[in-house]
Design a protein around this ligand. Structure first.
Ligand code: MSP
Length: 654
């Protein structure tokens, strides 16, 4: 299948930042996923150069605007290369061979079809938005986004008859509901178009920085009318009709939520007017904020994506942005959270697993694993359901859900290793075949997880696959390679730790120094003597003089069974694990448990436990714990989780 996707083209008045990088990285994940599916994928990106701000920036630097844009092209390309963004084509709106003829042909077609007429424009224009602003959209006379006073413009303009397309657009959205995704954006656009559309100005008079109108040499095409055409220009519109017909329409435009309406209203109307096929889908992603605030020069909080990539390489950043931000919603970036997730997902979970499997295979089997027939372990079915969930989520652009499915396989494999205890099997010669089987299954599950993670973490996936004995180049790999294989022998290589924990590298943010919410001296889950498990209970129940409580008092404590869905270390704590548990409620709970010295997080995922479900939520180390986990322990000994198997999550314990 052919798949043509695009991102927005960026204004080049400033360098790429984490927000613009978010868009390119997530689009790249989609492009790489389609290549993995075997689609004939074409991924287009580019730069939007005919903005007045770009012209001004060049002037400020005393540069010719085109020379300035040439320099910025290198800056953008270098950034995208540094983030492993695999675009196939890069178009600039100053491209006279491809873009100029396309813009002129489309403007001419709209004129010929009676949709462009001459008029007079008087009103506000925000240069930051590159948009005419109706009075009602201003707040105290300022643009609500840029907080600047718009320019008052009074000039002869050419108008595009957008109002004529209200009904055809509504018909389009009704006939093709997936044209706008996600649903929130679709509803916004529907409301907007149902409210009526005004004609829009499509030219600017007396300017030289832009594409000249073919029917009025004194005007250039308005920057948005110009920019949108890049998608068709890149594949031949106006300069290579045969190529255009073979590559157009685009399957997917990935754009930010602020510019979704240009893509879902102006753009299809322009194409309808020019009698050209429409793109199949527009996905309006959310914004990434820095500590909850919009990144801006004036706030001085712009994050350079290359700085983030320099910290651990591009893959951890790609993983963070894909996994931690539900695609379509807004997300947040902080350095602390980034490092926390690096430790949890990569150092402790995936990295730890790869290192364990490789080092044990080397130690016990000199790195060689023979083909291993299925041994009845649950891993093949866990891997199969991970693949099904992953594919289904990717196909509806729920990138975060797809990555989470791959990570569930990683956690399950870590648990499988912990419960199968290969180190114990290695001590028993009669369990020789079992040991081989356990190592094979673990290595196979790791291989499958790496195939699924290839679109998100291309370099890391290649390295993991090499270590797991599957060194084929990424281009040759297909999603079908994520099916369980038992018939091939493996040469596993153990080449050192993949992702060391940050504190091992001495990075400053992770320390044992006290924080505003220091770890409590005694952990919330009783890892102390078994008798002390009663201590928190007495806080709720009224004890009599002899220390005994009445049954009613005991019944006030709501003990319930739960299942651990995910577990991770708290970077600043030696004792606490952060658990996400299914307690039979509509959504999982977060519970901090003081069991980090007794359990590896990945070893307890899937375990059944008992929790105090009605304990007052309590904040510790910046996380709110919604309950307490019961564990038994002898004096000074390790905590042992109370196991209520086989009761399902949410069952009352009394
Ligand atoms: N030049 C126009 C797009 C024309 S497309 C025909 C433009 N450029 S931009 O440089 O301002 O933005 C480029 C893309 O980055 C847009 O899709 C925008 O939504 C996105 N983002 C800019 N800041 C962002 C965040 N902080 N977070 C996520 N995406 C963000 O608009």
């Amino acid at each position: 299948m052919r798949y043509f996707l695009t991102t927005a083209i960026d204004y080049v008045n400033s360098r790429p930042h984490l927000g613009t990088a978010y868009e390119k990285i997530t689009a790249d994940v989609i492009a790489r996923y389609h290549r993995l599916k075997g689609d004939d994928t074409w991924f287009l990106m580019g730069n939007d150069e005919h903005s007045q701000n770009v012209f001004k920036r060049a002037q400020e630097q005393g540069k010719d605007p085109l020379a300035y844009c040439d320099e910025m092209e290198q800056t953008f390309r270098d950034t995208w290369r540094g983030l492993n963004v695999s675009f196939d084509d890069f178009i600039r709106t100053t491209d006279r061979r491809r873009h100029f003829p396309a813009v002129q042909a489309l403007a001419q077609a709209c004129l010929d079809n009676g949709d462009i007429y001459e008029g007079f424009y008087e009103g506000h224009y925000c240069v930051g938005c590159e948009e005419f602003k109706p009075e009602k959209d201003l707040v105290d006379g300022l643009c609500p986004i840029h907080k600047t006073t718009p320019e008052w413009i009074k000039e002869k303009n050419w108008f595009f008859r957008l109002s004529k397309y209200q009904r055809p657009l509504l018909d389009l959205y009704a006939a093709q509901p997936s044209f706008i995704e996600p649903e929130t954006r679709r509803n916004e656009i529907l409301r907007l178009v149902e409210g009526g559309l005004d004609d829009i100005s499509m030219s600017r008079a007396g300017q030289s920085w832009g594409v000249p109108l073919p029917f009025d040499a004194t005007s250039v095409v308005y920057v948005w009318f110009d920019a949108l055409i890049n998608y068709a220009a890149a594949v031949g519109y106006g300069w290579d009709q045969a190529r255009f017909q073979s590559q157009w329409p685009a399957d997917l435009h990935i754009v930010g939520k602020d510019i979704t309406r240009f893509h879902c209203v102006f753009w299809p109307a322009m194409l309808m007017s020019a009698r050209q096929p429409l793109p199949r889908q527009v996905f309006g992603h959310g914004w990434v904020f820095f500590k909850g605030e919009r990144m801006s020069k004036s706030l001085g909080n712009i994050v350079d994506p290359l700085d983030a990539a320099k910290r651990f390489g591009p893959d951890p950043l790609r993983l963070y942005l894909t996994k931690e931000v539900p695609y379509g919603a807004d997300g947040d970036f902080t350095w602390e959270r980034f490092e926390e997730k690096y430790n949890a997902d990569l150092a402790n979970n995936l990295g730890n697993l790869v290192n364990r499997v490789a080092s044990m295979t080397e130690r016990y089997r000199q790195g060689r694993l023979p083909a291993s027939p299925p041994r009845g372990s649950t891993l093949p079915s866990v891997a199969e359901s991970a693949l099904t969930t992953y594919r289904e989520a990717m196909d509806r652009h729920a990138l975060h859900e797809a990555v989470a499915a791959a990570f569930r396989l990683v956690s399950a494999t870590n648990e499988f290793v912990a419960t199968s205890q290969p180190w114990a099997l290695a001590k028993d010669p009669s369990r020789d075949a079992d040991l081989t089987g356990v190592l094979y299954d673990a290595a196979e599950a790791v291989r499958i997880a790496a195939v699924l993670l290839q679109p998100v973490m291309p370099d890391s996936a290649a390295e993991i696959l090499r270590r797991m004995g599957d060194p084929a180049p990424a281009e040759a790999r297909r999603l079908s390679d994520a099916a369980w294989r038992s018939g091939d022998a493996r040469q596993i290589s153990n080449t050192g730790a993949l992702w060391p924990r940050i504190d091992d590298k001495g990075a400053p943010t992770v320390s044992e120094t006290p924080t505003p919410n220091p770890e409590p001296a005694s952990p919330p889950a009783p890892a102390a003597p078994a008798a002390s498990t009663a201590a928190p209970l007495t806080a709720v129940a009224a004890a009599s003089d002899d220390g005994q409580i009445a049954i009613d008092d005991f019944m006030k404590v709501e003990l319930r069974t739960a299942k651990i869905l995910a577990a991770e270390r708290l970077p600043k704590s030696k004792k606490l694990l952060k658990l996400s548990v299914d307690a039979g409620e509509p959504s999982p709970r977060t519970i901090l448990a003081g069991i980090a010295e007794s359990y590896e997080p990945e070893a307890i995922v899937g375990r059944s436990i008992v929790i105090v479900a009605n304990l007052k939520p309590r904040e510790m180390m910046g996380t709110v714990s919604q309950g307490m986990v019961l564990a038994a322990s002898t004096d000074g000994g390790p905590a042992m989780l109370v196991n209520p198997d086989p009761a399902p999550p949410g069952t009352r314990v009394r």
